[in-house]
Structures are given as C-alpha cells and as structure tokens.
Ligand binder design. Sequence first.
Ligand code: EPZ
Length: 421
Amino acid sequence: MDAILVKGNGPLRGRIPIAGAKNACLGLMPATLLSEEPLTLTNVPRLSDIATMSHLLESLGTEVQALNEGRVIVTSSHEIANDRADYDIVRKMRASFHVLGPLLARHGHAVVSLPGGCAIGARPVNFHLEGLQALGAEMELKDGYVHASAPKGLKGARHRLPFASVGATENILMAATLARGTTILENAAREPEIVDLVKCLRAMGAQIEGEGSETLTIEGVDRLHGTTHRVVADRIEMGTYMLAPVITHGEVELVGGSIELLGSFVEKLHEAGVDVTPTNEGIRVKRAAERIRAVDVRTEVFPGFPTDLQAQMMALMCTAEGSCALEETIFENRFMHAPELIRMGAKIDVHGNTATVTGVERLKGAPVMATDLRASVSLILAALAAEGETLVSRVYHLDRGYERVEEKLGACGALIERVAA
Ligand code: EPZ
C-alpha cells in the first residue's frame, strides 16, 4: 500500500493546472443512461472514482471508451442490459447511487444497493427515495437493496427537499427530464456541479430552468439525444492548491480555475490575510501579510464555505495567529484529521461539530494516517510547512479525488514522493 513522504521545504512557487471536477463527473456520467445516443465528456480527471463509475456503467450494459489518456470518456447506453447496481461496486463509492433516477426514468425499473455508512457520516439516501417517490416511483427496501419501479413511467410533481442535498438533487433532476409533465424541485442544491449537470442535460435536449437557484423547473420530454460536454473545473482541487503557497509563504498560479466557483471560501481567505488575484489563465495566490490571521469558519451549502475544504482550512489555521472556531454543519463526523494534525504538534479542541484551533509557530513532521479523501490532503498541506519529514499512509483515499498530487506540488518545489508503506 502506498504512502506519501513529504519534507518541509520552504515556499512553493509555480503553476498548478486544475483538472475537471470529480464531483461533477460523478453526476454527469450516469446521465448517459437517459439516452440511447453517446454522451462524450471532455476534461475528465484521471481518478479511481471515475474508473469505479465507468465499471458500474459497464455492469449495466453501457459501452465506456476512455480516450486521450482518459481525459475524454465516451459512453453509450444503447440499451439497459442489466438494471441492478451491485453492492460490490456501490460500497466502494456512494455516488454509484446516482444511477437510480436515470435507470428508473429510462427503463422503468432498477435494483440499486444502498451505499452503507461512510467515515464522515451516516449519509442516508432518504431524500433521494422520497423525491423519486414524489415522481410516482414505487420503492421497496429488501436485503440491502432499493427495488424501484415505475411501470407506467414517472410523472412530474412539485417536491421540496428537506435539505439542499447535492446527490438527491442530481438523482431527482435526471429522473424528471423524462417524466411526463412538469417537476418543480424546491430547496434544490445550487453547487457548480449541479449547474454543470443542467448544462449537459439541456444540451441533450432536456428542458430545465433555474440552475444555481433554489428552485429547478423541469419539463419532461419523450427522449434525450447525445452530446459532447466539457466538465467544469474542480473547485475543491483548486481551493486545496490555493492553500499550498499560503501555508508555505510562496506564490502559485492555479491554471484553469475561476474564483466564481469558490463561493465564500475566497472571502474567508481575504479575511485571513491571503491575496487572491484573477489572471488570464486562472488565479494567483500568495500571502498578503507575514502571518496568517485565524478566522472562524462555518461550513454551509453553496455558495457558503464548502465542507470539502474544511480539513484543508484547518491545516492552515494550525499555524495562524490567534485562535478560531471551525464549525462543520454538513457532516456529523468530519474532524478525523484533527487527531492526526495534533500528532504534528497542532493545538485543536473538538467539541461536537466545532473544532477550536489555536495557532502554533510551526508544525513538526510525524507519521500520520489518512482517514478520508479531504482529511488526507489536509495532512499533506500541513506537512509542506512542517519541520522535518511526514509520512502520510493510506493514500488510496487521496487518489480518489486528486490527480498526480506529487507531480503538481513537486513542480512548485515541494519535496514529496510516493513510497511503498
Ligand atoms: C456531495 O455528496 C459530494 N460528493 C461530497 O463530496 C460533498 O461533501 C457533499 O456533496 C456536500 O457538498 C459528490 O458529489 C460525489 P449531500 P452528497 O447529499 O451528494 C444528508 C468529497 O470529498 N443527506 O449534499 O452525498 C447527508 O448525510 C465528497 O468529494 C441525508 O440526510 O452530499 C449530509 O449530512 C465528500 N439524506 C447532507 O445531507 C439524503 O438522502 C449533505 O449531503 C441525502 C443527504
């Protein structure tokens, strides 16, 4: 099993290319099930989660072709040969559950494994099921699987999500594109990945209004056709790498991203004393002051502070001036990185969903363990500025969401390498 060895090595300088968004792709790829015609996605990140989704779609009978070293994926679902999404695949990646809505809408029947628990929280799928039932689907939970059917097809309806869930919005939105009549989805998620999915579905012939707002209106159509869609840039990868020059007193240009995708994350960085400037190709980031100021953070749905950048922000706050409170409101167990940062000399107190961080002069390298995707990269960020060596183990978590992290940081002067653990 791989680990990553990092030696603190002073300021990072250079350019980092931002890949297409993992979380957009995991919403976009299941859309292929809605049409007999090919869906081509470009700017696809090369990640293990994308490979898992490809594997799942192939198990349903979809042809999946990876071109241009995996940057382009062509998927064709001429027919739905199999409507069962197996536990063996779904347990590896919860986003597999996003095939339920499209299968139901196109095929009228689906058997999809429940995803089960996750390191960062219970993460039930009740909002997905309730939304699809509002469109007329019949559901039965049996032996760990959702057995769903809509023998007469789905029917448009007005439905309000109890919480602006990203995954539930994606599932219901895709199902509604082929439902008879109008669906009005209230309290819908507003994340850039949702906007990207709507753009792709519209290019496939869907009739949708309201992306980026709290209400989506979908006019069902009889069929969707194929299209080619460029995946939006990965705002979480971008936000992560924005902190690398800040935590090391350097300066980096992130190529291919834009500030609009980041919601209030950029305001928080400004508050902390970070200089973020748009450039022709992306954004440039560096410190505006000698010492970063500690700032309070509360994670929220978009355009609030993204929960997927909370761990990385904690790593930065570990050496900030003063102390701050980080409140996690989206997931109930998303501070697994705190005890590992404490091993590196950080001062962090976790009570319920709030972590209080008191800045120290400098962290010290130590062997640490990754527990989930974003926790793993927060340990790498902390290690970049720590004294001495840090060995981060269980980096398979990292490979799910970060492409070639050693190369991207190494190109900016980081001493970072993948080693066998
Ligand atoms: C998406 O997960 C992202 N994953 C997550 O990124 C991200 O953290 C999350 O949205 C929030 O922004 C993908 O897009 C593949 P939710 P999702 O449904 O869709 C509760 C990463 O690091 N909930 O918006 O699963 C749920 O438990 C990952 O890349 C229910 O209770 O998130 C959570 O507390 C991690 N019932 C909250 O809502 C439901 O039916 C938000 O979940 C659905 C959700």
